[in-house]
Design a protein around this ligand. Structure first.
Ligand code: PEP
Ligand code: MG
Length: 573
């Protein structure tokens, strides 16, 4: 039995056949023909078939994903019916007496090029739609089958280079038992989505996954990151037993749903949920979270085909605030750039996108985007308890500038007679300069929310998507733990509070340490809330406080993890 190792991205065990999501390269050759009418007929048939396929996809998308996401297929249908495109192909077939697939490929590529040359980012983006449609038509012309995720109707584990957030959100957990990707890390967005959807996943396995054949059965353990090829009966049984034990634990955890989050000796904290859209509130309710600690508003932007209007944003924020009230909802302003792109906006090409035009930097440059979002947020604040989180703050001046824009928007709204409520204003602490300046920031902010995913990335200069340097992605390193302590202490010194909304908040071994540090809020995928609440209930805060000095005196992540593993074993037994 061969094994592969990857990064454990989403817990759970799955056994199923492989479904490889690798787009085959289509080999299009120019062939001279005697009878071009035959080629024209082939072209018409292929266009008709493509139309049937796209209509089918659209119906499915409408049912499962709603109107907005289904609209992409309307754009595809329009391209298919474009008379200009078709006439050029027909001309080429007739005048050169050549095969339909070559003529189609040639003209479609020209069309793509024309769109790519356009200045309007929305039109530029249409090039990728033309590419998609051409791939479909060419596949039909060449007799190749395309794999569409939404059409999967038998149990499989998907193997892919990576999955985009929208692809991941299309997965039907009934049939897609898990997924494995070539690239990515624990905090890449496909991994985060897998945890939200509760699909076992392993990421960053490398390109070896593409050596595996489609029909092979594999077993994946999303807790350890192990992939077993053709598991034998004994192995399957072993994992089945493990899955049963996991189920018992889950049942025990469920008894914590109605409880508050407190340590064994009665110290209280809060465990909130991270969400990406109003639909994710299901998890918030299901797992008894005590608020929304991070609403990643960028998903509204990424799922749209235009900049979301003030009204569209207002309705989404209002829905969440109303539903979560009286608990607190922290909504993060647009964090786009890095690995997150938009269909309708062309980001500048940069050597290091994660260090470049991203998050608040974009909105301070294009203030209209910030103002529209703040207007929507402040109007929604009337309907619940809002915290506004500003991502990627590096300097005090940036924060002051944002704060003064928010004040101005607030005054404008009041003048317009709009209803607005109370709100809190905090920053994401995810850049080391913000840690170093934490005491200074603490005077101005209402709270801190530590984005450990990026804080680790920027502290160790390790790309969070990179497999080759993933060994440097070290949540247990004293460098990060000392940073977190500094931020918590600074906030408390000024009567403010601190949350952690990065993935470290749901790492069970770290929970005792954060309890010891007096972390005010843990925010995580809703599916992890009960696991952490149960662990916190077994921790004695006074005892946990003693851990801090020991841990911060260590030199390496391994030493820290070793001590924390033993500590967890001790309190759970
Ligand atoms: C983080 O950086 O820890 C965080 C919560 O934000 P994101 O993962 O969306 O960058
Ligand atoms: Mg971040």
């Amino acid at each position: 039995m061969k094994k592969l190792n990857g990064i454990a991205a989403s817990e759970g065990i799955a056994v199923a056949k492989i479904y490889k999501l690798k787009q085959e390269k289509l080999d299009v050759k120019k062939i001279k023909v005697l009878d071009y009418n035959g080629e024209i007929e082939k072209l018409n048939n292929a266009l008709d078939q493509a139309q049937i396929q796209i209509n089918d996809l659209k119906t499915k998308a409408l049912k499962k994903l709603g109107q907005e996401k289904a609209e992409i297929f309307d754009a595809h249908l329009q391209i298919l019916k474009d008379p200009e495109l078709k006439n050029q192909i027909l001309d080429k077939i007739k005048s050169e007496k050549i095969n339909a697939s070559f003529a189609f490929d040639f003209v479609a590529k020209n069309f793509q090029e024309i769109f790519l040359q356009m200045d309007d980012p929305y039109m530029k983006e249409r090039a990728s739609d033309v590419k998609d449609v051409s791939y479909r038509v060419l596949s039909i012309l060449l007799g190749k089958k395309i794999k569409d995720l939404s059409l999967i109707n038998n149990e499989v584990i998907i193997l892919a280079h990576d999955l985009t957030p929208s692809q991941t959100s299309q997965l039907n957990a009934k049939f897609v038992k898990g997924f494995v990707t070539e690239i990515g890390g624990k905090t890449s967005h496909s991994a985060i989505m897998a945890r939200t959807l509760q699909i076992p996943a392993i990421v960053g396995v490398g390109n070896k996954i593409f050596d595996l054949d489609d029909d092979k059965e594999i077993l994946i353990d999303g807790k350890t990151g192990i992939l077993i090829i053709n598991p034998d009966k004994e192995t399957k049984n072993l994992y089945k037993k493990q899955a049963e034990r996991d189920l018992l634990l889950k049942q025990e955890e469920l008894t914590f749903k109605q409880k508050i989050s407190q340590s064994k000796d009665g110290w209280k904290t809060k465990i909130a949920a991270n969400i990406g859209s109003p639909e994710d509130l299901n998890g918030y309710h299901k797992f008894g979270a005590e608020g929304i600690g991070l609403f990643r508003s960028e998903f509204l932007y990424m799922e749209s085909d235009h900049w979301p209007t003030e009204e569209e944003q207002f309705l989404a924020y209002k829905k969440v605030l109303e539903e979560v009230k009286p608990n607190f909802t922290i909504i993060r302003t647009l964090d786009i750039g890095g690995d997150k792109t938009l269909k309708y906006y062309q980001f500048p090409k940069e050597m290091n996108p994660f260090l470049g035009y991203r998050a608040i930097r974009v909105q301070l440059d294009q203030k209209k985007l910030l103002i529209t979002q703040i207007r929507a947020l402040l109007r929604a604040s009337y309907y619940g308890n809002l915290g506004i989180n500003i991502p990627m703050i590096a300097t005090i001046n940036e924060f002051k500038e944002v704060k003064s824009i928010i004040k101005k928007v607030e005054n404008d709204l009041i003048k317009e007679g709009k209803k607005i409520g109370q709100y809190k204003l905090g920053i994401m602490v995810e850049i080391p300069s913000a840690v170093i300046l934490a005491e200074k920031f603490a005077k101005y902010v209402d709270y801190f929310s530590i984005g450990t995913n990026d804080l680790i990335q920027y502290t160790f200069a390790v790309d969070r998507m990179s497999k080759s340097v993933s060994y440097l992605y070290q949540p247990f390193n004293p460098a990060i733990l000392e940073s977190i302590k500094k931020v918590i202490d600074s906030s408390h010194k000024y009567g403010k509070w601190t949350a952690i909304c990065g993935e470290m908040a749901s790492e069970e071994k770290l929970a005792p340490l954060f309890v010891g540090m007096g972390l005010d809020e843990f925010s995580m995928s809703a599916t992890a809330v009960l696991k952490i609440r149960r662990i916190i209930s077994k921790i004695d805060k006074k005892d946990a406080e003693k851990l801090i000095e020991k841990v911060l005196n260590f030199e390496t992540a391994e030493q820290v993890e070793d001590l924390l593993t033993k500590y967890l074993q001790k309190i759970l037994n």
